[in-house]
Design a protein around this ligand. Structure first.
Ligand SMILES: [Zn+2]
Length: 493
């Protein structure tokens, strides 16, 4: 057998001594932070990462907030198999063509060659659609609103923790509806939830909108996404929501008898957000010291660091009492009582891990009846970075402080997005801005695939999302043909 790159030894997780400056090389900084903050390790299999406990805790925060919103909008969770028989996968032609290059196949099982290859799911429209065909009888069974929390495999060549890995965690929602209108409303509702979670919880501002024809999900009639802007001027697609029309319903016989007794095909949708959102959070908010986690995403909102001198026992007791008080108040708090580490080393450690608030208690603080607050969102020495709080006020002060840190991180990211969203009507300038990765470049656009392909060849940039459509009299900034709307272009991850 021909030896492939895939058979090569996987890389070992590099040992990170120092986090390099973020502005020097974003990619190098990003990987260093992921490893140093102990979010992930490279796995013993090429292209995969191990999600370590702190990384998994971030995923659990994202999962909980999404899951709550899905359930509040009437969705239920279910689970479907990892393996998909080849004959099922090949039924929706455009879908299988779109995914074919990324699919991993199981060809052997129990020591025998299988009579039919099994695909490891790259996404689950096929297997879920097959079950909907079996379950759905009447219009009374509609809508079907199901979400699955799962892992999927897409055979990627390059690995970047959270952003691109061979196996990744996500949720995929799959719904079936009686009418096109209902399916379209569902897709917009879920896009709205994604945008809300990105902005309100992860503090990452996004542009939400429809994708161009060439950026559409394989087999969809309309694809919508949320797009965030990374510090290097590249866009990152953070979630997608698809109208599948009746394409999958026709391929997989998802039919129902309507009120007028006619047999009709259902209108289906799918939508997903993956752990990529965590990658966006790291890149957007992190700094030269490491992660800065928005409080609503933080596994720990506050870490208590006792600074023990000769009165070590009293300080340690006070720290333990404070931990209990905070936990009783519903605050996610952690006590760093590691004896072997000096306070300075602990500070650096929690800075790397991005905990929004550090609470220091020393012997003098104890005598004065106060603690010291240190905010992770402010620079060292910046006004308000370090404040003193009376011990009794701590549980009451933390929630307002968390809101303030959440807002301040969002505001910084929002300012960056706005400053790097550039509208232009000049063709030469447009191509230059795309090449220079200046950010989200907004132009009047013709929506022709040929035009988008030309821009991509010339600059590596693609449309991220379409903005308003209009029947105006403008011309496309990129090619000079009549424009039908406006669009954001950017290079992307
Ligand atoms: Zn054009």
């Amino acid at each position: 057998m021909r030896r492939r790159r895939d058979d090569e030894e996987p890389e070992k997780t590099p040992l990170v001594k120092e986090i390099p400056p973020k502005a020097r090389d974003l990619s190098e900084w990003y990987q260093a932070v992921c490893y140093k903050a102990q979010l992930v390790s490279l796995a013993p299999v090429r292209g995969c990462v191990v999600l370590r406990p702190y990384g998994f805790a971030l995923w659990e925060r994202l999962q909980a907030t999404l899951d709550g919103r899905f359930k509040a909008t009437g969705h239920e969770n279910a689970y479907f198999p990892l393996l998909i028989p080849e004959r099922l996968l090949s039924r929706e032609a455009e879908h299988v063509e779109g995914f074919a290059p990324e699919v991993a196949w199981v060809t052997q099982g129990g020591g025998e060659t299988l009579t039919e290859r099994l695909a490891i799911r790259p996404t689950s429209e096929v297997v879920i659609g097959t079950m909907y065909a079996e379950w759905l009888q009447s219009y009374r069974d509609l809508p079907i609103l199901i979400n699955q929390w799962a892992n999927v495999v897409r055979w990627e060549k390059r690995t970047r923790p959270f952003l691109r890995t061979l196996e990744f965690l996500w949720q995929e929602g799959h719904t079936a509806h009686a009418t096109e209108r209902e399916a379209a409303d569902e897709v917009q509702q879920m896009l709205g939830i994604y945008a809300d979670v990105a902005e309100d919880v992860v503090a990452v501002p996004v542009y939400a909108g429809e994708k161009s024809q060439s950026e559409r999900f394989a087999g969809a009639t309309h694809t919508f996404s949320i797009e965030a802007l990374m510090p290097d001027g590249r866009a990152l697609q953070a979630a997608t929501s698809h109208e599948l029309g009746q394409n999958f319903a026709r391929a997989y016989n998802i039919t129902f008898s309507a009120e007028d007794q006619t047999l009709q095909h259902a209108w289906t949708t799918s939508w997903g957000m993956s752990w990529r959102m965590i990658g966006a959070m790291i890149m957007v908010h992190g700094d030269d010291r490491g992660l800065r986690i928005p409080p609503r995403m933080a596994p720990y909102e506050a870490v208590i660091v006792p600074i023990s001198g000769t009165d070590g026992a009293d300080v340690a007791n006070a720290a333990r009492t404070l931990l209990a008080t905070l936990r009783d108040a519903g605050i996610r708090a952690k006590l760093d009582d590691r004896m072997a580490l000096r306070p300075g080393a602990k500070f650096a450690d929690w800075d790397i891990r991005g905990v929004p608030l550090r609470i220091e208690i020393g012997a003098k603080d104890l005598r004065d009846g106060v603690v010291t607050f240190v905010r992770r969102d402010r620079e060292k020495g910046e006004e308000g970075a370090k404040t003193v709080c009376p011990s009794d006020d701590v549980p009451a002060r933390i929630p307002e402080l968390m809101d303030d840190i959440q807002r301040s991180l969002y505001k910084q990211a929002r300012t960056f997005l706005i400053e790097h969203t550039i509208a232009t009507q000049d063709r030469a300038e447009f191509y230059r801005l795309c090449r220079e990765r200046a950010g989200m470049i907004e132009i009047a656009w013709c929506e022709r695939p040929e035009c988008e392909a030309h821009v991509k060849v010339e600059t590596s940039a693609t449309t991220r999302v379409l903005r308003v459509r209009h029947g105006g009299d403008t011309v496309c900034t990129a090619c000079g043909e009549p424009a039908v709307g406006r669009a954001y272009f950017a290079q992307s991850y």
